[in-house]
Design a protein around this ligand. Structure first.
Ligand code: ZN
Length: 56
């Protein structure tokens, strides 16, 4: 099971089966691109579950 997170401010999207990686990438993106601080729980609340490889 992978998780996918789409940034609400731009076209940025990340998907990974590694939850920590998704959280890390989203937090880094939010801070560097939008100067926003995002909590790990906010990422978990906002991501979608996607079947591994379903889109590939
Ligand atoms: Zn963004």
């Amino acid at each position: 099971m992978a998780h996918q997170y789409a940034c609400g401010e731009c076209e940025f999207m990340v998907r990974s089966e590694n939850d920590d990686e998704v959280i890390d990438l989203v937090r880094n993106h939010a801070e560097s691109a939008h100067d926003m601080q995002v909590a790990a729980d906010d990422v978990r609340a906002g991501w979608e579950s996607v079947g591994a490889g379903a889109q590939d």
